[in-house]
Design a protein around this ligand. Sequence first.
Ligand code: UAG
Ligand code: ATP
Ligand code: API
Ligand code: MG
Length: 492
Amino acid sequence: MKLDAILTALHHYKRYGNGNPEITSLEMDSRAVKEGSLFICIKGFTVDGHEFALEAVKKGAAALLSEKPLNHLPDDIPVIVVNDTKRAMAVLADYFYDQPTHKLHLIGVTGTNGKTTTTHLIDHIFRNAGYKTGLIGTMYTKINDQQYEVKNTTPDSLTLQKTFKKMIEENVTHASMEVSSHALHMGRVHGCDFDVAVFTNLTQDHLDYHQTMEEYRNAKGLLFAQLGNKYDHDHPKFSILNGDDPASDYYRHMTSSHIVTYGIENECEIMAKDLKMNASGTSFLLVTPEGTFPVQMKLIGKFSVYNVLAAIAASLVSGVEIEKIIEAVESMEGVRGRFELVDCGQNFSVIIDYAHTPDSLDNLLKTVKEFAKKRVILVVGCGGDRDRTKRPLMAKIAVQWADIPIFTSDNPRNEDPHQILKDMAAGVDGEPFHSIVDREEAIQFAISNAEEGDVVVIAGKGHETYQQIGDKKFDFDDRKVAIRAIQLKENK
Ligand SMILES: CC(=O)N[C@H]1[C@@H](OP(=O)(O)OP(=O)(O)OC[C@H]2O[C@@H](n3ccc(=O)[nH]c3=O)[C@H](O)[C@@H]2O)O[C@H](CO)[C@@H](O)[C@@H]1O[C@H](C)C(=O)N[C@@H](C)C(=O)N[C@H](CCC(=O)O)C(=O)O
Ligand SMILES: Nc1ncnc2c1ncn2[C@@H]1O[C@H](COP(=O)(O)OP(=O)(O)OP(=O)(O)O)[C@@H](O)[C@H]1O
Ligand SMILES: N[C@H](CCC[C@H](N)C(=O)O)C(=O)O
Ligand SMILES: [Mg+2]
């Protein structure tokens, strides 16, 4: 595609340098530049991409997108100057990859907790209805049955649009994706034509990035504000809001789309009533505008019911028949690392879960307490280089619910793991707890102390298969470590 053609997607820019080269690819990393690339200079959190402009030209970049005029470049290299290269990149990527999201039924899910679970539920419902599907999120990108590794929950706009383009090539018609608050704030999803936007819940996380809860809430609101500002009879847009979460009132006023609410406590269009839960599943009465239906599912806990209701509402407005939706919800096995049982035939339970926020830990432990016959032994930590203010809160919740709370490391990254444990301990008011910095030792301690009927909960890392110390990721899988610890205990 010629540079001039690509630039028709931008409204405002200044152009320096001559020529209208053929653009072979869009790149934001100088190390990936090829002959004919348009190199996009991004001011990052670590380095400034503008510093790599010359290197990009030497590697064959045919043009540059920048936030300022660039000196010392050959005259025949056009430099396009815009206010914000990240946002311009998103718009250009959509155009360059032939507007793939316009051809997809795209559902975006935002909220503090439950995004991965809800997108997996939606994906399972769509597949059960016979659609070819795509999924983008924390664990992977999935196109039909093929999984691809990811770096971010919501990738940068180039990766994102390239992924959507691949979905179109693989005949995907329905896609669901997690939309993080970081991504919304950085404009990674500009250019995405969402059909349905889903809100799960808003509680504390990521205050290192957003600073205040209000800013964090506003960032998530962008998903609803960006959901089409005109009425289109053929492609109506829907916001799916959690009627039991106060933030929904705020989002309701940010969108011009249709609104469908779901909930358990307050009156909503989609509701769950008569919840009954045990260690092997949850049952409830599903109330919808299409009637009331009994549901018996394998997922456990009230928080899981919220995720299911969100997925049901999103699928209903997407045109899936209610019977097909319920069939899928009932057959859903759960998502890796979320309330996942490790069963080696031992006489106590072991649960691996991804709770890494105060609210998710609270929900998880309340749920476990409801069916635990004996003691709850908890292994939990808090991530380094992340919201420090959630550490004492998580510790307080841990000692409130667990009979034996054990604090340990969870991706200390560039922080001193001992200091993270001290930050956690500051939230404890005299209750007993253990601090064991080495996560493997902590898990072994938990399992060696477990007696018949106890429940061991290992929280925070879920599906993760590494422990990040400094910039290095070391192999670490809670599941495997737990299995080894159980075997060790049984061979004694
Ligand atoms: C804080 C943050 O969001 N950082 C993201 C950002 O990295 P950065 O700003 O440090 O990038 P940088 O290294 O400064 O580079 C700036 C530019 O120079 C370029 N460069 C760099 C070196 C070079 O030799 N040549 C070159 O051209 C880079 O390609 C880039 O374009 O841009 C990268 C590429 O898009 C992201 O992968 C990275 O996410 C990091 C890994 C991250 O941890 N992000 C977290 C905070 C995040 O976004 N999390 C949310 C979800 C959280 C949740 O689910 O709860 C997410 O959506 O993942
Ligand atoms: N609706 C919910 N409300 C509160 N807690 C939840 C909810 N759904 C899941 N959780 C808890 O949060 C954990 C993470 O769930 P999930 O991975 O689905 O969330 P996420 O929003 O994708 O998280 P992330 O932002 O890290 O990607 C689960 O392991 C569970 O403990
Ligand atoms: N998306 C979250 C995941 C946290 C997972 C936890 N294991 C940690 O490393 O803190 C984050 O990056 O903040
Ligand atoms: Mg997720």
